[in-house]
Design a binder for this molecule. Structure first.
Ligand code: ADP
Ligand code: MG
Length: 673
């Protein structure tokens, strides 16, 4: 059992079924298809041993259910004649091929009982993770022999107070284990799973609650008052009406800002959903109250872009915008810093420079972090708690923004210390990006199409996947491709190259020339900046599209369609199994739908990959089914911390011990270790 990671009694109990089979999950015999792997349940109608010419003896049985009959054959296993009887109800799994008709060669079989005794619905069969040389049958037998004896030894038997479980309607850990290993119906196994999922979520939310408690302990927020001097003026001056989603998010933000507690909120909205204007209105509320507001972006280009956008939106309004990045000259930086310190700079936009260089604020009231997943929890806190900001009025409110559309339940899981506002609607009037799938043999035609767009003065992105997991190889492949494209394919256009191996400064320089229209084509790996805005870029060609995750493709596609012109996204692919996934992507621009599909296809670990700081390992939580559990876990964790911030009471002793034992690493990440 060591081979599958089972060494102790606890490991054995937690070696849980991967899935379950019962009459409702297996294929009706009449629907079994040739060339597939199937699992069916049927009654043994007939059986016997056939000799073959080469001396091999084959056991055969004919199974029947209401929809049809299927012949099963076990070459070289004549002894089954003695264990499988006529009238047995058999579950079999294996490949189905053509041999005088449909025939299965079961990899595995289980006798479920006598057919005449089987009740409707029948028995549920747990399917365990296995490994070579250790069959399902053996694992199941080991678990079966040990379950009753070892379940009572599970220590500690229960970490949650009984009242907490009862209120949540969940079984105890021991009950859950029994339900998972030996369910009578599928719903039993589900009840067991939910209990384990709750436990995972509870600890994650507990960490969030502890972090939030540490961050706010003894610190009050600012109560901003609405005077409408600036907020109202901007509303009236905007060339468009806010969407319903923007209005809702603003109402949530303003309510938080007016309250005496610190705001700690996540504004999530797909690319182009209009987060910037929401951020600006919130910043103006701070300015109206005599405070400064900060907006931190992950790169210099994005910071510059934000500063430009804010100035444009502000128009004639008397509000100063200061830019503070590493790119300023010494003198400029000194001047910018002086503006921040004196309070002359009301809105301050910048990069890490905002938190790295000992910037002293005159009176910071609101800290906004854009593309929050690019920063760690600590950096977010660093901006919110800058030196010099401990004003009598209170600590700055915090708003973080993210363009990664993830399902609400998942956002609450990952950012449980934050309240959540979602922009789930796009401003009207945007042209959809036309997305097409093309086989690689069409590359020539696709390049001709790109030429035609370039001929009209447009710009294009040509994106290549990471060739290997090495930045070095990746850089080389992109470089070769770049050379080929610039000399053979687009010799009469200006082609630039962007890949992960370039230094930060070089990357910024290339992006900047592309944004300035000094380059027509950008050959790039996936390092194209999130949020970069080049309205004149109307074509994106993605090579080997099948190697990208759907969410990644969605972020890439968001780089085009940002101006008034029709835009295109062409996915080049070798075809194969990825085609269906890519078709789905081509058919929608709904970031949430894409994220959900991606999540389903790849599972949580791969979905976030390297993108996410400190992804928790959630093995039982299912973001599609468990939103209610999540809200329960969050409520319970917050209540526990509110009542007992140090988790010192006997009631929480087991929870505190489990937190130390199992979640120590994550606790350090959250600075609550
Ligand atoms: P995000 O940062 O969420 O990707 P932006 O804030 O950059 O999106 O907004 C995308 C574009 O939509 C900008 O050009 C912005 O001026 C415009 N915009 C924002 N809100 C509206 C609205 N309510 N109606 C029309 N256009 C809007
Ligand atoms: Mg933005």
């Amino acid at each position: 059992m060591g081979r599958i990671g089972v060494h102790t009694v606890r490991d054995l109990l937690f070696h849980l079924p991967r899935r379950y089979e019962d009459a409702s999950t297996v294929t009706p015999i009449g629907k079994v298809e040739l060339g597939t792997d199937a699992t069916v349940i049927g009654e043994v109608m007939d059986k016997g041993v056939l000799p073959t010419r080469r001396g091999l003896r084959i056991f055969q049985a004919v199974l029947r259910d209401r929809s049809g009959v299927l012949e099963c054959s076990w070459p070289g296993q004549p002894f089954l004649e003695r264990t499988i009887r006529r009238g047995d109800l058999l579950l079999v799994t294996g490949p189905v091929r053509f041999f005088h008709g449909k025939q299965m060669q079961p990899r595995e079989y289980v006798v479920l009982g006598r057919a005449e005794e089987a009740e409707a619905g029948g028995k549920v069969l747990p399917i365990y993770p296995t490994t070579e040389g250790l069959s399902q049958k053996v694992v199941r037998a080991i678990v079966e022999q040990n379950l009753d004896r070892h379940l009572p030894l599970l220590q500690p038997a229960e970490i949650f107070p009984r009242a907490q479980l009862e209120a949540a309607g969940l079984p105890t850990l021991m009950q859950a284990m029994a339900l998972l290993h030996r369910p009578e119906k599928l719903a039993d196994a589900e009840r067991g799973r939910r209990r384990l999922a709750y436990e995972e979520l509870f600890f994650l939310q507990l960490l969030h609650a502890l972090a939030a408690d540490r961050a706010t302990a003894g610190r009050g927020g600012i109560s901003f008052q609405r005077s409408d001097r600036l907020v109202g003026a901007l509303y009236r001056a905007l060339p468009f009406q806010l969407t319903a989603a923007q209005t809702r998010a603003l109402r949530e933000i303003f309510t938080d800002m007016a309250a005496p507690l610190r705001m700690n909120r996540l504004l999530q909205g797909d690319v182009g959903s209009g987060k910037t204007v929401v951020a600006l209105l919130a910043m103006l509320l701070a300015v109206e109250n005599g405070y400064q507001a900060a907006l931190m972006a992950p790169t210099e280009i994005l910071a510059e872009q934000h500063a430009r956008t804010l100035r444009t939106l502000l128009g004639e309004l008397p509000v100063s915008v200061e830019l503070l990045t590493g790119r300023l000259t010494q003198a400029e930086r000194r001047a910018a810093r002086e503006g921040v310190e004196s309070g002359r700079a009301q809105l301050v936009v910048g990069t890490h420079a905002l938190i790295q260089e000992g910037v002293r604020w005159h009176r910071l009231g609101l800290a906004i972090v854009d593309e929050q997943h690019r920063f760690g929890v600590r950096q977010r806190l660093a901006l919110a708690e800058p030196p010099g900001a401990a004003e009598p009025g209170g600590d700055p409110d915090v708003l973080v923004m993210s363009a990664t559309p993830i399902p609400r339940s998942l956002a609450l899981t990952l950012y449980g210390d934050l309240e959540l506002s979602v922009l789930d609607e796009r401003p009207p009037g945007r042209l959809p990006v036309r997305t097409a799938l093309r086989g690689e043999e069409k590359r020539g035609a696709v390049h001709a199409f790109v030429r035609e767009q370039l001929g009209r003065g447009r710009q294009a992105y040509l994106v290549y996947p990471l060739v290997e997991a090495s930045e070095h190889v990746d850089g080389r492949a992109a470089t070769e491709e770049y050379e080929r494209l610039s000399t053979d394919v687009f010799p009469d256009f200006r082609v630039g190259l962007l890949h992960g191996q370039l230094a930060g400064q070089e990357k910024e320089a290339v992006m900047r020339s592309f944004a300035a229209g000094e380059l027509d084509v950008l050959v790039a790996t996936t390092v194209i900046e999130v949020g970069i805005d080049v309205p004149n870029a109307t074509v994106m060609v993605v090579e080997h599209a099948e190697r990208f995750g759907l969410s990644q493709l969605h972020q890439l596609r968001g780089r085009v369609g940002r101006g008034g012109e029709e835009s295109y996204c062409v996915l080049l692919t070798g075809g194969g199994e990825a085609a269906e996934r890519l078709q789905l992507f081509a058919g929608t621009e709904d970031g949430f739908a894409i994220a959900l599909a991606d999540l389903r296809l790849r599972g949580m670990g791969d979905f976030f990959g390297a993108r996410q700081h400190g992804l928790p390992e959630l093995r039982h939580f299912d973001p599609e089914r468990d939103e209610d559990l999540l809200l329960l876990a969050r409520r319970d964790a917050r209540a526990a911390v509110a009542a007992d911030p140090e988790l010192r009471t006997p009631e929480h002793a087991a929870v505190a011990a489990a937190l130390r034992a199992r979640w120590a690493e994550r606790a350090r990440l959250y600075d609550v270790g």
